[in-house]
Every structure is written in C-alpha cells, then in structure tokens.
Design a protein around this ligand. Structure first.
Ligand code: KIV
Length: 274
C-alpha cells in the first residue's frame, strides 16, 4: 500500500482501516488484523511512554518506534500496510527547512512512507507545500489536534457554523497544498460527511461519524488496554481487565501452596471409655 493507493480506495468506495502501532508486537497484530495503514501516532507518548500529553515525545523516539513497527511486519513487502509516522510537536512548527529535515529523517531512518502533522494555519500550509514538493507524502489532521491541548483541550471541535466553515476552508487548503489524506478527529458527523463527499482526498475519521472514507483508532484504546478510553473510541474488549486477571492468576500460582494437612494420628492412645 502506498499513499496514492488511498485515493483509489476512496474512488472505489473501499473503506480505509487505519490503526496505530508503537512496536513490533502491536504492528504484527494490526497487520494480521488487515489494517491498510499503520499510524505510528504521537499518542504513543501517552499510551506507552507514560506522558500526560503528546507534547514531550521526540523525533528520535518517533523514529525508534517506527523502526520497531517495521520489524514487526511479516507480510511480503508489496503486501504490507502503509506506515505513516506523526511528526512530533516542535519538529515542524519552526519553519519549513526544519520540517523538511525532520520529515526527511523519518523517511531516511525508518520504514515510514509519509508523515502526519496537525493544523492548517498559513505557516503549516507552507510546511505541507515544502514537504510535498520535497517528495514527502503528508497526511493532515484537523479537529481535535492533541498537540494544541493547551489551547483547545480534548473537547469536540467545530461545533458552531463559523468554526465549521473555518475547518472546511482548512481542509480544502490542505488538499490544495498536496496532502494525500486527512484525519478528522472529534468533529460533528455531518461536517465529516460533507467533507468526505466534497474532497477528492480520503477523509479518515475518529469520533467523526461513519460517513468518512476511512476510520482510524488508537489500538490500545480499541483493545481496552488504556486506563480510560475517549468517549468516541469505545473499547472492543476489556483488555486491561483480562490481562490483569490472567497475570494475577499466574502470580498467585507462584505463591507457596499450603502443605496438605496430614491425617491426625492421636499421639497417645485414646483412653478407654470404661
Ligand atoms: O497520535 C495518534 O494516535 C493520532 C490518532 C488519534 C489519529 O493522531
């Protein structure tokens, strides 16, 4: 799967399945599940590195995790899912040159075939344009953008007509700048449906209703492994509970078992009753 193939999926009405992975084990699982795209999302900062937000993860860490994801894939090269890696906070906000260097590093040092970045401010559009003209496929991300948590929180976005028009304009701008796909996170489903119908690039939703060209989920949320899942990502199973219960059983099995109580033999012969 290559970035351009996603447009073909959209044209043919084939829903695009995107799942996150962060290491070889999770990559093998989502590849075997049939995901079209593996996103090495910066959510790994929270899911597996234990940070409170996505902001602290570094470019080097994103590359390290992407390499591990690549090592986990087992299918022949031409049948593997497409790997896309998130550009972490501050790797593309300081200008197009720095962004090309960061994204180029991702493509040189890992099996990712493209990068994802958040937002569509004029500076970000310039970055997208430079990346695309440098041969680096870019996936956009609008709506709830976790790298802006200190401005937006984790709330649903684009709730009123003005912000919906703004988001539509930004989506069109990202398409014009050359993005090959667009993630829409936690926005009203009518808005996501309208954009999926209007844009030629595939719209991949999370918390954006079912009328998108594809869906993306954080795999650890879907498996119920994280402590709490966002309201728009209900778990498929109680993975955390299942794991803890199984592991507890194993730990308990190691504890010394009480020795079987021997049959009581009276130390002195019982006194005759008469
Ligand atoms: O980092 C991530 O996992 C993401 C998805 C939620 C789309 O950006």
């Amino acid at each position: 799967m290559r970035p351009a193939d996603l447009r073909i999926c959209k044209q043919e009405g084939r829903p695009i399945a995107v799942l996150t992975a962060w290491d070889a084990l999770s990559a093998a699982l989502v590849e075997q599940a049939g995901a079209d795209v593996i996103l090495v999302g910066d959510s790994l900062a929270m899911v597996v590195l234990g940070h409170a937000t996505t902001l602290p993860v570094t470019l080097e860490e994103m590359i390290l995790h992407t390499r591990a994801v690549g090592r986990g894939l087992q299918r022949p090269a031409d049948q593997r899912p497409l790997i896309i890696t998130d550009l972490p906070f501050l790797s593309y906000q300081c200008g197009a040159d720095a962004a090309v260097a960061a994204a180029g590093q991702v493509l040189k040092d890992s099996p990712a075939a493209g990068v994802k970045l958040e937002g569509a401010e004029p500076e970000t559009l310039q970055v997208v344009d430079r990346l695309v003209r440098s041969g680096i496929p870019v996936m956009g991300h609008l709506g709830l953008t976790p790298q802006s948590v200190h401005q937006l929180g984790y709330r649903r976005q684009a709730k009123d007509p003005i912000s919906q028009e703004r988001l539509k304009r930004q989506a069109r701008d990202l398409q014009a700048a050359g993005c090959f796909a667009l993630v829409l996170e936690h926005v009203p489903q009518e808005l996501a449906a309208d954009l999926s119908a209007e844009l030629t690039l595939p719209v991949i939703g999370i918390g954006a209703g079912e009328q998108c060209d594809g869906q993306v989920r954080v795999t650890a949320d879907l498996l119920g492994l994280t402590e709490r899942q966002p309201p728009f990502c209900p778990p498929l199973l109680a993975g955390r509970e299942l794991c803890i219960t199984a592991l507890r059983g194993w730990v308990a099995g190691l504890q010394p078992q009480p020795a079987p109580t021997p049959p009581t033999t009276p130390s002195t012969p019982a006194a005759p009753h008469c």
